[in-house]
Design a protein around this ligand. Structure first.
Ligand SMILES: Nc1nc2c(c(=O)[nH]1)N[C@H]1C(S)=C(S)[C@@H](COP(=O)(O)OP(=O)(O)OC[C@H]3O[C@@H](n4cnc5c(=O)[nH]c(N)nc54)[C@H](O)[C@@H]3O)O[C@H]1N2
Ligand SMILES: Nc1nc2c(c(=O)[nH]1)N[C@H]1C(S)=C(S)[C@@H](COP(=O)(O)OP(=O)(O)OC[C@H]3O[C@@H](n4cnc5c(=O)[nH]c(N)nc54)[C@H](O)[C@@H]3O)O[C@H]1N2
Ligand SMILES: [Mo]
Length: 773
């Protein structure tokens, strides 16, 4: 690479989050990306009524109107898409796949936007140009040659629009399978599978308005300064109103300590900032289930005391009586739970658990938010159900200023699920889809991400299509996943930028370059809008404004339509007719899915519309017709417990997380400013006492191996040890570099999410460093 790498260093960060630091970095990212001429203005049209929906995260916008919401990482996402650098046929002619494999993910990202459809040529180990028609014919030939449609898998990364995703699932179901692995399987699946059991629907119950009324916010396992920067603006307002904000996270994330708002010139000029969280609880990694159960147990004790003293009750008895089922069994289980076990498993001392229970019980309107810190563990579904139990004890669901707030990742991951990207569809969904389009959809459940990789390894999946994303390294067990992908007959990647999944490919392979959301999408000369659903169920329309990166790009919707047309023909569904005017697809969504009445009309209103979430209205769509309290036992036999029985306290629980300068597998730059890491990514955060216990010191290099029971060696080599404020026995490192350590069979109960935030590992003095010494 021509660009010289910045010098690596570790330097703790003492400034507030956002503020001048963030503005400076926006300027750097614009210059570095060489944002194509005149496109700066697009940054100011982001999340405006006539602009595009930010391809960054799924955090909602206030009314989607007037004020330009400043977001450093949103700007990076837009700038990365608007870069003037190009990956052309000439680029591919100059680089073999073998040569590109030697580049880092950061280097691959720097090459810029893909411009033309390309097909892999095994003779020269290069990608060569192919016509769009040739590409679609190749896909059709492979799909139609399979003995069984279940031998193909269709991945979705949550950036696809509702229109593209709806057409995609229709195509795949008409083709004959429910094999829809998606990024959600690795992300908020525990939320989507856990909440239906308690409140009936796997979505959050709050909207942004509730943040204006909440007096207490519990933030579980999230790093909003990096991953949802606009959420900090809401939290800042809550803090200024005097709301109590608690961060529950093994790390004291910088953005939750102090935040200087770029929206507020006075704070910027005076170098002032707003303190955000008033309380930090640092459970051990994976300790939240025990912690939340402990808080619930304490709330029950406080209620017992209130009852005995004749003071106002702590439980919301009216809510429990009118709206819930199963409280007695739940309370019985809480009373029987052991305090020492709760303390041991959470890693939080009893006084702090009691303190948190007091904060919760004092709150009249409580919102609980959560991110990947809760969803990527063995017991994630149980943890999320325990959190709903806790919220139900005081009626904190379905009233103003209170509720459940899962904070989703990809900007349209929630919408994708709503319009049918779901490997386990309900029969009712399939019935209606089949009725509208006159076919009998496949009924058996399809494969999720982990099952897809297992099926590829067993030779049961032969064709893989990826609508966005970077399947080869977002997934666990990297070397095995690569074997799996390479065993496929055909891999197809629909993408904006070059990534590892284009290099780790099937025997035949296609790269299909697509428009990004920021770009004008013309069909028959008419600009098309696409719709997305944010993390709070607001559906709105998005129009791109930039000139496409290349004249030879197709929109995702058009690519899907042409794939379907080539594979199935257009007798049953006139695919190209749909792709010619996306309003027709919205009409089809309206006919097929509840809640989309007058879709085109309502989405045209500024701000769009709220898709009904029944639980928000205390309409409980569960088997009991009530919200269910679901008791769960503490598990003392997780993979981490088992590893500790074998290797004792040397076993560390590894959480894999995001740095500030990445978007999932897209590495924009090599810094993690708020955690004080610069110019490098191969670091391990570790407690000082664990360094001493293991005989290391900060600055040493280590190799990591996983403790697992299938005889396969899993390792990731060459990480710098960084002393950090993290609980004993826990370490942190970045994803995707650590995915080789996550076993494919290490998944969460019920939802099958890879346990990428709790991997039992051992640290070894780096072989390379030892050799050099
Ligand atoms: N800039 C940027 N924005 C993004 C993304 C990005 O990569 N970059 N990714 C997008 C996507 S797809 C998603 S899903 C979201 C992810 O956003 P987040 O949910 O914030 O994801 P992570 O950075 O993986 O980790 C979250 C936090 O969990 C904490 N944590 C780890 N283990 C535990 C635990 O056991 N308990 C608790 N309580 N906390 C724990 C970590 O310390 C960290 O602060 O962000 C989205 N937005
Ligand atoms: N160890 C570990 N593993 C994890 C996680 C973790 O915390 N730890 N997090 C998991 C989570 S939460 C998620 S969501 C997944 C993410 O998994 P993915 O969604 O598969 O990965 P991304 O890195 O978001 O995908 C980036 C690629 O998408 C393509 N792209 C970008 N924009 C567009 C577009 O508009 N259209 C199309 N077609 N392509 C586009 C670009 O080519 C880019 O290289 O990773 C999961 N894996
Ligand atoms: Mo995600």
């Amino acid at each position: 690479m021509a660009e010289s790498k910045p010098r690596a260093r570790i330097a703790p960060y003492h400034q507030p989050a956002a503020g001048w630091g963030a503005l400076k970095h926006v300027a750097i990212s614009l210059v570095k990306e060489k944002v194509a001429g005149g496109k700066y203005r697009t940054l100011f049209r982001q999340n405006q009524p006539d602009g595009f929906d930010c391809p960054g995260c799924a955090w909602p916008d206030r009314q989607h109107t007037s004020t330009f919401e400043f977001c450093e990482n949103g700007v990076k996402a837009v700038a990365a898409e608007a870069t003037s650098k190009r990956v052309t046929p000439a680029f591919f002619a100059a680089h073999t796949v073998e040569a590109l494999m030697k580049e880092s993910d950061y280097e691959l990202e720097q090459h810029g936007r893909l411009t033309d459809p390309m097909v892999y040529d095994a003779l020269t180990d290069r990608y060569v140009p192919i016509s769009w028609d040739g590409a679609f014919a190749l896909i059709a030939r492979h799909l139609n040659a399979l003995g069984n449609p279940n031998e193909a898998a269709f991945y979705t990364s949550g950036r696809a629009s509702n229109e593209a995703a709806f057409l995609y699932q229709l195509f795949v179901r008409l083709y004959g399978t429910n094999n829809f692995p998606d990024c959600s399987n690795m992300c908020h699946e525990a939320t989507s599978r856990g909440l239906p059991g308690t409140v009936g629907i796997g979505k959050g119950t709050v909207t942004l308005d509730d943040f204006e009324h909440a007096d207490t916010l519990l933030i579980f396992g999230q790093n909003p300064a990096t991953n949802h920067p606009r959420m900090l603006g809401e939290l800042r307002e809550c803090a200024r109103r005097g709301a109590t904000i608690v961060s529950i996270n093994p790390l004291r994330e910088r953005g939750l300590e102090r935040f200087a708002s770029p929206q507020h010139p006075v704070e910027m000029l005076t170098l002032g900032s707003t303190p955000i969280a008033s309380t930090f609880i640092q459970p051990k990694v994976g300790g939240d289930f025990a912690l939340i159960k402990g808080v619930a147990k304490r709330v029950l004790e406080l209620d017992d005391a209130a009852r005995d003293a004749g003071t106002p009750r702590v439980l919301d008895l009216d809510f429990i009586a009118a709206h819930t089922s199963g409280f007695d069994a739940f309370a019985h289980d809480l009373r029987a739970e052991s305090w020492p076990l709760i303390e041991e498993e959470s890693g939080v001392p009893r006084e702090q658990i009691e303190g948190l229970a007091r904060i919760y019980a004092n709150g009249q309107r409580v919102i609980a938010t959560w991110g990947m810190g809760l969803t990527q563990h063995k017991r994630s579904v149980q943890t999320i159900q325990m959190l709903s139990n806790l919220m139900m004890m005081r009626g904190n669901i379905g009233r103003e200023g209170a509720g459940l707030c899962p904070v989703r990742g990809h900007s349209n991951v929630q919408g994708n699920r709503t319009v049918g990207i779901e490997e386990k569809p309900t029969q009712a969904f399939l019935d209606r889809l089949g009725r509208v389009f006159g076919f009998e959809p496949p009924r058996e459940h399809g494969y999720d991400v982990v099952e897809t990789i297992e099926a590829m390894l067993a030779g049961r999946i032969k064709v893989f299509v990826g609508l966005g994303g970077n399947f080869s390294i977002a997934t666990p067990d990297t070397p095995r996943t690569w074997d799996a992908l390479r065993a496929c007959d055909l891999t197809v990647q629909i993408a904006t930028k070059l990534n590892r999944s284009h290099l780790v490919h099937g025997k035949a392979a296609l790269i299909l370059p697509t428009l990004g959301r920021t770009e004008v999408d013309l069909q028959n000369g008419v600009a098309q809008g696409v719709t997305v659903e944010d993390s709070m169920s607001m559906v709105h329309i998005s129009y791109g404004m930039n000139t496409p990166a290349s004249p030879n790009l197709m929109s995702e919707t058009a690519i899907v339509a042409h794939m379907a047309h080539a594979t199935l023909g257009s007798a049953k569904v006139d695919w190209l007719h749909y792709a010619a005017d996306y309003a027709r697809i919205r009409d089809a969504i309206e006919q097929s899915i509840a809640g989309f009445e007058r879709y085109n009309e309502r989405v045209a209103q500024p701000g769009g519309f709220h898709l009904r979430v029944a639980s928000r209205e205390r309409d409980w769509q569960t088997a009991t017709g009530k919200a269910n309290f679901v008791p769960h036992a503490l598990d003392t036999d997780t993979p981490v417990h088992r590893a500790k029985r074998l290797y004792g306290e040397r076993v560390m629980t590894l959480m894999t997380t995001r740095s500030h300068d990445q978007y999932n597998t897209t590495i924009y730059a090599l810094d993690d400013r708020y955690r004080g890491v610069f110019g490098q990514r191969r670091v391990v955060f570790i407690h000082a006492a664990d360094l001493a216990m293991l005989g290391f010191k900060a600055g040493d290099w280590v190799d990591l191996t996983t403790v697992w029971d299938d005889g396969i060696e899993r390792r990731a080599d060459g990480f710098l040890l960084v002393e950090y404020d993290i609980p004993r026995g826990c370490i942190g490192a970045y994803y995707p570099e650590t995915n080789p350590l996550v076993p494919l069979s290490s998944v969460a109960d019920v939802c099958n999410t890879p346990t990428s935030k709790s991997v039992p590992v051992l640290l070894h003095r780096s072989a390379a460093q030892a050799a050099a010494a």
